[in-house]
Write a new protein. Structure first.
Length: 256
C-alpha cells in the first residue's frame, strides 16, 4: 500500500487576526465548541484534502471548514475534483455523465489525473506559493480508492501517473470521512451521477480503499467518523485538524 512520505510545501504564512469576527460570522449550535484561534493557526498556509465515500457528508463539512477559516481572515482557496478549472469542468462533465457507462476504469483514472494536473498547476500550486490555505474536495486518495481498490487498477500504476500529474505537490493532511456503504446510500440524492450508480458492493470496496490508505500511512491521514450527527462530525474535524496540523504550522510559517 501507499508508503510514500508526505511532501510538504513550505510556504510563508501571512499574519491574520483571530478576533471576534469568527464568533459573529459562524453559526453556533448548542453544545458545539470550535477551537477558534487554534484552528486558524493550525490551518493557515496548509494544503488540506477532504475525502471519503459518496454520501459521507463531506460537502457539508467542506463548507463549514472554509467558512470557519475565512472568519479568521484567512485566504482560502477551494478546489473540487474533478473540475476546479475551465478544462477540468469539461472533463467532469464527461466523467460523471451516466451516458458514458462503457468508460473503462483506466480511462477514468487518466481523465481524473488530467483534470488534477490542470488544477494543481493553475490553482493549487500558485495558492500555496502565496501563503493561502488550500482546501480540496478530493485528490489522489479518491483515485486510489475508486479506480484502485474498487476498480481494480494496481496502486503502482496509479501512483506513477499521479507523480506526473501533481509534480510533487502533496497535501499536508488528507481527512477521510468514514461511513459504511448502507448509511452513505441513504444520504445520496435519487439523481445519482455515473460514479454514485455503481452499487453497494462497489462502494463497500471504496471504503475499504480509503481505510487501507490510512493503515498504510497513518501520519498522512485523519479519520473522522462520519456516521455521527453533523455537528459532532464538525467538532471531530476541527479538533483533529488542530491536533494534527498545529505542530507543523510553525514550520510552514518559517521564511524561506
Amino acid at each position: 500500500m501507499l508508503t510514500r512520505p508526505i511532501l510538504r510545501r513550505e510556504v510563508s504564512r501571512r499574519s491574520a487576526s483571530t478576533g471576534s469576527s469568527y464568533d459573529r460570522a459562524m453559526p453556533h449550535h448548542e453544545g458545539h465548541e470550535t477551537p477558534h484561534a487554534a484552528l486558524h493557526d493550525a490551518c493557515r498556509g496548509a494544503f488540506i484534502v477532504l475525502d471519503g465515500p459518496d454520501g459521507s457528508g463531506k460537502s457539508t463539512q467542506f463548507r463549514r471548514l472554509c467558512d470557519a477559516l475565512r472568519a479568521g481572515r484567512i485566504e482560502v482557496v477551494e478546489t473540487r475534483e474533478p473540475g476546479g478549472t475551465a478544462v477540468g469542468e469539461r472533463i467532469r462533465e464527461v466523467l460523471l455523465d451516466p451516458i458514458h457507462d462503457d468508460m473503462t476504469v483506466r480511462c477514468e483514472m487518466l481523465l481524473y489525473m488530467a483534470s488534477r494536473a490542470q488544477l494543481v498547476e493553475r490553482v493549487i500550486r500558485p495558492a500555496i506559493a502565496r501563503g493561502a490555505t488550500v482546501v480540496a474536495d478530493r485528490f489522489v486518495s479518491s483515485t486510489l480508492a475508486y479506480q484502485g481498490t474498487a476498480g481494480g487498477l494496481a496502486q503502482p500504476e496509479i501512483m506513477a501517473v499521479a507523480d506526473t500529474a501533481v509534480g510533487g505537490t502533496w497535501p499536508d493532511l488528507t481527512v477521510i470521512f468514514d461511513v459504511d456503504e448502507i448509511t452513505a446510500s441513504r444520504r445520496l440524492s435519487p439523481l445519482l451521477d455515473r460514479m454514485e450508480q455503481k452499487g453497494l458492493d462497489f462502494h463497500r470496496r471504496v471504503r475499504e480503499g480509503y481505510l487501507a490508505q490510512v493503515r498504510a500511512s497513518p501520519g498522512r491521514h485523519l479519520v473522522v467518523d462520519a456516521s455521527q450527527d453533523v455537528d459532532a462530525v464538525t467538532d471531530a474535524l476541527f479538533s483533529g485538524l488542530v491536533a494534527r496540523l498545529g505542530a507543523a504550522a510553525v514550520a510552514r510559517s518559517a521564511p524561506r
